[in-house]
Design a protein around this ligand. Structure first.
Ligand SMILES: Nc1ncnc2c1ncn2[C@@H]1O[C@H](COP(=O)(O)OP(=O)(O)O)[C@@H](O)[C@H]1O
Ligand SMILES: [Mg+2]
Length: 287
């Protein structure tokens, strides 16, 4: 059976320090208590949880629900640590995390930024590598949600708040994991759905959403059926929501020509069509 850390078992209490995505003013930071309802396991990169927020925090969260998705970017639970074909296991230890944090305080992390893989026996090096990776994923995801504000609640989840996990004190952890609080989009993922149940207009809308990402300055870079949820606003009618912007690239100072080039190179609308073709889902326009 899958081992789940007690912090993430149903019923576990999680303390957060959150600020609204609408207003980045420090004064809007709030301490928030959440109870784990369900963990979306196995965790791969971030830890994704369905949580109940109680008491409500009306100045930063909607009052229409208490149920949210919490994404925690704690490098301790990365799946990669278990080892891959090309990498030995690198289990988390507090000692290696502490050494990595001390080196970082002296500016030694610069070394790791330019090195793709740390040496296999360099445990603090791996801690730093994992730490930087998850920091980057958090930044990518927050930047993408900010850029895609106009699609939030329509074809991507709403991103309500960001902040940090607060470990119960005393805590020896040297990493303060970042978190995002998103709207919960109930429904099966695209992979779990029988192709005949996905109507062509919903499939076409999915491709249009991906095209809109590019126009709004975002390349998703992780389009796959697990990252698409089919939300059903009414019986037998589905709307596709795209999730998971951890790998996203957001346009910064690229000129129009440079960005157009990046879009042509990636051609994500075409990738979305290929994904639908592979699943046997019809997206052809009505004749
Ligand atoms: N907003 C959401 N609403 C409903 N389910 C979600 C939401 N966000 C994530 N999930 C569920 O959690 C899984 C993992 O989330 P994801 O954002 O893809 O993180 P990861 O980086 O671990 O792939 C998704 O495949 C989906 O089943
Ligand atoms: Mg995913």
């Amino acid at each position: 059976m899958l081992y789940l850390h007690p912090n993430y078992l149903p019923g576990a209490q999680i303390s957060l320090n959150l600020r609204s995505c609408d207003c980045d003013d420090d004064k809007t930071a709030r301490n928030v208590q959440a109870t784990v309802v369900k963990a979306f396991t196995p965790f791969t990169m971030s830890q994704v949880l369905l949580v109940d927020v109680n008491p409500p925090v009306p100045d930063i969260l909607p009052t229409t629900t208490t149920t949210f998705i919490l994404k925690v970017y704690d490098p301790r639970f990365l799946q990669h640590r278990q080892g891959t074909k090309s990498s030995a296991p690198h289990p988390w230890t507090l000692a290696a995390e502490t050494t990595a944090a001390r080196r970082r305080a002296f500016g030694a992390d610069i070394l790791y930024r330019s090195t793709w893989w740390p040496d296999d026996n360099d445990d603090p090096g791996w801690e730093e590598y994992y730490y930087l990776n998850l920091q980057q994923m958090f930044r990518n995801e927050l930047a993408a949600y900010t850029r895609l504000l106009s699609l939030q609640g329509q074809s991507i989840p709403q991103c309500y708040a960001h902040g940090t996990l607060v470990f119960p004190s005393p805590s020896k952890r040297m990493v303060v994991p970042r978190v995002l609080l998103l709207s919960y989009v109930p429904g099966p993922c695209l992979r779990a759905m029988h192709p005949s149940r996905v109507e062509p207009p919903a499939a076409r809308a999915l491709v249009d959403t991906v095209r809109a990402f590019g126009m709004l300055g975002v390349i998703h870079d992780d389009l796959r059926p697990d990252n698409v949820i089919l939300f059903s606003p009414s019986a037998d009618h589905y709307r596709a929501f795209i999730l998971d912007f951890g790998n996203a690239r957001v346009r910064t100072d690229q000129s129009d020509e440079e960005w157009e080039c990046a879009l042509v190179e990636n051609d994500e609308p075409k990738l979305a069509e290929m994904m639908l073709d592979k699943l046997g889902i019809d997206y052809s326009p009505e004749s």
